[in-house]
Each structure stands twice: as C-alpha cells, then as structure tokens.
Design a protein around this ligand. Sequence first.
Ligand SMILES: Cc1cc2nc3c(=O)[nH]c(=O)nc-3n(C[C@H](O)[C@H](O)[C@H](O)COP(=O)(O)OP(=O)(O)OC[C@H]3O[C@@H](n4cnc5c(N)ncnc54)[C@H](O)[C@@H]3O)c2cc1C
Length: 299
Amino acid sequence: MSLAHELSLIPELTFHPDHDLTQFTTMRLAAVGDLVEVRSVVAVQKLLPLLKKYDRSYLVVGWGANMILPAQCEELVIYLDLPFDPSMLEAPQERYRLPASVGLNQLTGHAVRFGLKGWEVFTGIPASLGGAIYMNAGTNLGEFGALVTHVELVTREGELREEVIDSASFSYRRNHFVNSGEVIVSATLVHRGVDAEIPQKIRDYLDYRKKTQPLATRNCGCVFKNPNRDLPAGKLIDLLGLKGLAIGGLRVSVKHANFIENTGSSTWEEFETLVNIIKSQADQFYGIEFELEVKIPYD
Ligand SMILES: Cc1cc2nc3c(=O)[nH]c(=O)nc-3n(C[C@H](O)[C@H](O)[C@H](O)COP(=O)(O)OP(=O)(O)OC[C@H]3O[C@@H](n4cnc5c(N)ncnc54)[C@H](O)[C@@H]3O)c2cc1C
C-alpha cells in the first residue's frame, strides 16, 4: 500500500500528483506539487489520519489570496470544495452554518440584497470562509472574527471538533484556536440585524477599494502586517520611496505600497529578495521589524 493508493480509495477525494499549482494562489507565482481536492467533510476526516500515518506534511489552500507557494511545493496541498446549497442565501436568517469553501463574495451579495448589518466588514476581501477565519481578515470597517460564533474543525486524528468563539479567539490577522494540522470545515456566522443603509455602504466601500488597491493585478494582498493601527505598513513603505521598486517581474505597487504585483513570470526567490529589501530598509530607517501577513510555507 502507498499513500497514493490509499488516497484513491477515499470517495469524494481526488489526488493530483505533481500538479500545476500556479492558479491556486492569486499571486500566480509558478508552483508545482501534490494536490488533493476534497469534496466532503467525511473525506477530510479520512484524509488527515492517513497523512499522519505516512508522516506527510500538508497545508490547506482557500482562495490562495494571502499565500505564496514555492516553485516546488514539498507540502501536499489540500483544496476544499465542500457541498453548499446556495438556496440558503435566498432569505435572511438569524444564523448561517456555512462550509469553509464558500466564497465571501457570495456572502457579500447576500448582505447587499438583504442589508445585513455587520457583514460590510469583509467588503471586497477575496477569500474562502475558512481562509477569512484563519486570518481573521478585516478592513477598516472591522474584523471577520466578530461575526463568527462557532467553528468546526477536523483534527489530525480525523475527529470533528467544535470551537465556541469568544473574545480571546481572534486578534489582528490571527486566530488562536486552529491547532497545527487542523482543517476548518464549517462555521456559524451571525449579523447585527438589518439596516437599509448597508447596501450603499458596501457599494461605496467597493469603490473606495478599487481606487486605493491594485485589485486587477496578480498579488497576494497586503504583504506585511501593519506595525500598529496608526502605522500602516503601506504608508511606511511609500515614505521610504519604494513604490514601483522592481525585482524581476515583481513590483511594489504604485497604487498601494504594501502590495507586490506579479507583472510577469516571477519567482519565489525574487519575492524573497524584494521582501528582504523592504524589511531591511524599514529596520534601518524606522527601527521597525516588519512581520509578514502573507503565509509562506516553511517560513
Ligand atoms: C487584492 C487583494 C486584496 C486583499 N484585501 C484584504 C483586506 O482588505 N483585508 C484582509 O484581511 N485581507 C485581504 N487580502 C488577503 C486575503 O484576501 C485574506 O487574508 C483572506 O482571508 C485569505 O483567504 P483565502 O481563502 O484566500 O486563504 P489562503 O490565502 O488560501 O490561506 C491563508 C491561510 O489560511 C489557511 N487556511 C485557509 N483555509 C483553511 C481551512 N479551511 N482550514 C485551516 N486553515 C486554512 C491557509 O493554510 C493559510 O495559512 C487581500 C488579498 C488580495 C489578493
């Protein structure tokens, strides 16, 4: 028996060895590696113990909107495509139990249609629900974690675990409850009632984002965390005069300096080089150690 053979025996799971992973991140750096597509929670429960048995390292990718993969990815990449019945978004509800693979864009469409208060906080964030929870994604309107009451995860042993969310569950761009190797499979969200002004608020915020962020380019969102609420990393990089700085096909965005754009066929090494230049200048001129927001395996 091999891992590949055992994977082939799991229903609702497809194993793609040496797969082109380039399209699995929004940055689109060329990457190749083993991919597993999983279409049910039960299949996730069978997969994780198997990976433990074979001592195979892995990671989960959502929309890959905050992730960079190396050219040769050693970790097995798990991509969730869990069942979702869109008819549950046809009317507003008090609470929503949703699969981790649902896109936030679908939820924003629902919030615009029914004016759900609170859901404006994730306007325009490209993400799967699982990725938004893992990252506690947010805008200057608020953070995603504030809308979450329960998260269901699969442990490395294949058991289902429910996390009840409280005020200590999240902090800035972090969760404090996903243990190493656990996979978020679903979550329950609430809203703060209905407000007729929400649809316009969301539309205005989308316009604002289009003007201030390079949304039409290949990038991974903000590369660095803001050192604190009053010190946006983008502003600090801009003041260093680094907007437009290019290494190979990568360029610091001229629209928003905390974004790095892939303008051509760029490499992981070029990304590291550009990140290190920015980090060392921030250290030298401000005495600030920039921390990566983007997730990089092996970092
Ligand atoms: C143009 C652009 C604009 C952006 N604007 C914002 C913004 O305004 N605010 C903001 O916060 N972010 C922003 N981002 C970054 C990104 O959208 C968020 O970090 C988002 O939460 C990533 O979700 P994802 O599904 O793409 O996760 P991925 O990038 O695929 O993964 C991120 C992390 O979550 C983990 N993960 C994903 N799914 C699961 C799961 N089911 N179980 C366990 N772990 C999981 C991954 O392993 C990884 O460590 C932007 C990105 C882009 C490209």
